[in-house]
Design a protein around this ligand. Sequence first.
Ligand SMILES: *[C@@H]1O[C@H](CO)[C@@H](O)[C@H](O)[C@H]1NC(C)=O
Ligand SMILES: *[C@@H]1O[C@H](CO)[C@@H](O)[C@H](O)[C@H]1NC(C)=O
Ligand SMILES: *[C@@H]1O[C@H](CO)[C@@H](O)[C@H](O)[C@H]1NC(C)=O
Length: 439
Amino acid sequence: MVQINVWKWSKRRPCFQITFLIFMVFIAATSLFNELKIQHFDHHNPQIQSDRNHLPNSNHLNPTEIDRFTECSSTEKYSGRKIEWNENDRLKPVSDSEKECDVFSGKWVFDNTSHPLYIESSCPYMSDQLACHKHGRADLNYQYWRWQPNDCNLKRWNVAEMWEKLRGKRLMFVGDSLNRGQWISLVCLLQSVVPANKRSMSPNAHLTIFRAEEYNASIEFLWAPLLVDSNSDDPVNHRLGDRIIRPDSAYRHLSKWADADILVFNTYLWWRQGPVKLLWKSEENGVCEELDGQGAMELAMKTWAKWVNSDDNHNKRRVFFVTMSPTHQWGREWNPKSEGNCYGENHPITEKKYWGSGSDLPTMTMVENILARLGSKVTVLNITQLSEYRKDGHPSIYRKFWETLSPEQLSKPESYSDCIHWCLPGVPDVWNELLFHFL
Ligand SMILES: *[C@@H]1O[C@H](CO)[C@@H](O)[C@H](O)[C@H]1NC(C)=O
Ligand SMILES: *[C@@H]1O[C@H](CO)[C@@H](O)[C@H](O)[C@H]1NC(C)=O
Ligand SMILES: *[C@@H]1O[C@H](CO)[C@@H](O)[C@H](O)[C@H]1NC(C)=O
């Protein structure tokens, strides 16, 4: 099963730790679509043939088969093999006009006139994992905060204008369940102005598509928690034990995302659960190499960056990368007297530059170095700091849980609190306001 030593800072409390891990496994296992009961999965054949023509790198021509049944015949130490891309070729830095104001530095302002931007119960696509009010959360203050940058204002959210930007386009979120939360947020932000018979949600385990006919536009979500091909690419049936990735191929996902006009990527939490096994494309005998999570994430990020860099469509296409979403598992990090976590928190952290241990700085530096080399080909949505303040924004116990909770768990709510995902309406709406700001 999942490595127990991941959550290093929890060593002091083994019982809680194990409960938490079981919970994590559980969240991962159910992280997609279980709650969207309206859907019946139809497993389309991936359009591998027709999509091939769009792929920029000819070395992607061989679809790499890796799935949850993949096994390593043996495992060796990491050989040091790298992903080659334009390591030395630093692109021009972002222009001064883009740097004018750092919209990611600022503070949360209580503003119940402008927020929330939609009503939880009026969004038919809301997820039961994120609908906190529906699941019993009584204080709704988490819905009323507006993000206020220090030196300027965010572009004012405008549904009609956003639809105009999306007209005739495919916007695709690619990543894990946090990215999926942002996708649901955007669908909820935008769906109300489209008549019910002019919109649709077509589920398809790997790729889910929200379409709005009038605008000939779609807002899609592609499950790719590790960006590259892996044994965790089935959104419902993941393999939860060993993570096995193809460090040098994102073929499965790329064949879907290659036609999108606007791409929003994320990846992080899935790399935080211990060592990862690498199964290189050229390896024919199933021999894996083992590497720590951050090292493996770096290989995956470079494979992704290589695609972004070589994408000859980048004049028409916009690519965004969303930085790590913070977690609030350890109350003592913002309140030394606390034994708990995000459960019961109903106010943002006010300490300037507060940064919790869940957001790994070396990982951030690695990501920043890669993104810097992509220059203007990628726009960074640096949501980490602003979301760090929002210990009040998580579902904690106010979401649908898929397993039956034991009396022992129920008597100690923090033991099964979800302090990873975010309630909607809430923090991910602001990530989308930032997306709108830069689009
Ligand atoms: C907004 O919040 C203030 C202060 O908490 C309260 O007095 C007011 O009734 C609220 N307004 C709305 C529209 O909820
Ligand atoms: C709808 O958008 C697609 C691109 O997503 C485009 O190829 C197609 O021509 C558009 N159709 C109309 C009727 O505008
Ligand atoms: C995001 O912002 C933080 C400061 O809040 C900074 O340390 C980090 O390097 C930034 N990350 C990226 C990828 O720009």
